[in-house]
Design a protein around this ligand. Structure first.
Ligand SMILES: N=C(N)NCCCC[C@H](N)C(=O)O
Ligand SMILES: O=C(O)CCC(=O)C(=O)O
Ligand SMILES: [Fe+2]
Length: 360
């Protein structure tokens, strides 16, 4: 008689967590087709369910990752006068800025019309044909995004360590977009394919001069009192947004409870706490557009109310600046929806974002 049995302890539902993807089959040339297919299938599932996942098997030593975070932290802890030596200035102005590269002080970044409680440094792929104009005291006048990178001089080893790190990340980014092409089952790569051919390497070709972005971000803890009964948050470390390009490889210090990912119900925020040695990876707007929304660039935000000063270093593996990004025919067909966009270049999409990113 079941009525006589003691009540069973209430089952606690497992706390939902992002899936972990092993990318090593796409970095190791001797891997089996089967192991690649497993990775690709796992990515497809993760991109449909979350647009986010943890990445392992990337081959970058944890000691290197720790060094990257530590150097960023040292930079943010240097005096403001030191940080302002590489200050970002608007493009075309007397200071010789390009409106995007350099150090952005606390509150200078805006998302959804509000100041983000963060400071940051943005580095981009060097502009291939720098149209530096003479005059302006030798500083030149740059169009938006077309200036040289402004590297921190302190700590002195930062630049070298970061350049090497970027080389490593480019390989990881390429492996991830290659796996994504397989995951979408776009067909075998065509030899000598031009950039508009839709096959499994379409993302690889369109990122072969990736206009990457490297951000170093520093977040002091938020000051506003937290009311757990209210969903009305008034202060954000980074307001909710989607990323702009292909694949974000996020490295963050161990601070928990800061990065939150919006789930498919469109109301629950899942903490994407860091796992040592793993990246938090998410897909950007260009992947959503190429796949005609089969995979969505998911909204996320940062609310750091914890202890201490949080540091994160996202790397954005993006399309080429000139890449034309338009829904792929196969994806349009499969989605059963009208094309989500008529197509424009990644550069145009990025410029539209950058113009609205800073407090004027
Ligand atoms: N490249 C990227 N994703 N940078 C970070 C974006 C942060 C949101 C941005 N302020 C916005 O409003 O879009
Ligand atoms: O700091 C983080 O955890 C995420 C930052 C982010 O989403 C971004 O810069 O695009
Ligand atoms: Fe983001």
């Amino acid at each position: 008689m079941t009525g006589c049995l003691p009540p069973s302890p209430a089952a606690t539902p497992p706390i939902e967590s992002l899936p972990i993807i092993d990318i090593s089959p796409y970095l190791d040339p001797s891997s089996s087709p089967r192991s690649r297919q497993e990775t690709a299938s796992a990515i497809n599932r993760a991109c449909i369910d979350y647009g986010f996942f943890y990445l392992t098997g990337h081959d970058i030593p944890t000691s290197k990752l720790d060094e990257v975070i530590s150097l960023a932290r040292q930079f943010f802890f240097s005096p403001l006068s030191e940080k302002n030596k590489i200050k970002r200035y608007d493009a075309g102005g007397p200071e010789g800025g390009d409106g995007a590269r350099g150090y952005q002080g606390m509150g200078e970044n805006i998302t959804l019309g509000r100041r983000d409680v963060q400071e940051a440094v943005d580095l981009y792929r060097e502009w291939d044909h720098s149209p530096k104009e003479e005059g302006n005291g030798g500083k030149g006048t740059y169009k938006t995004l077309q200036g040289p990178n402004l590297w921190p001089a302190q700590p002195p080893e930062l630049k070298e360590v970061y350049l090497d790190y970027i080389d490593q990340l480019m390989k990881v980014g390429e492996a991830v977009v290659r796996a994504m092409g397989t995951a979408l089952d776009l067909g075998a790569p065509q030899p000598n394919a031009n950039t508009t051919t839709e096959d499994g390497d379409v993302f690889v070709r369109n990122t072969d001069h990736s206009f990457w972005v490297m951000r170093m971000i520093g977040y002091p803890p938020l000051q506003a009192p937290y009311n757990p009964d209210s969903s009305d948050v008034t202060e954000f470390s980074c307001g909710e947004h989607t990323d702009y390009g292909c694949v974000t490889l996020l490295l963050a210090d161990p601070t928990p409870g800061a990065l939150q990912v919006l789930l498919k119900d469109n109301k629950t925020w899942l903490n994407a706490d860091p796992i040592p040695g793993h990246f938090v990876v998410n897909i950007g707007d260009m992947i959503e557009r190429w796949t005609n929304g089969i995979w969505k660039s998911n909204k996320h935000r940062v609310i750091h109310r914890g202890e201490g000063y949080r540091v994160s270093v996202p790397f954005f593996y993006e399309p080429n600046f000139e890449a034309m990004v338009k829904p792929l025919g196969k994806c349009v067909e499969r989605s059963g929806e009208a094309p989500v966009h008529e197509g424009n270049t990644y550069g145009e999409h990025l410029l539209g974002k950058v113009f609205n990113n800073f407090y004027k």
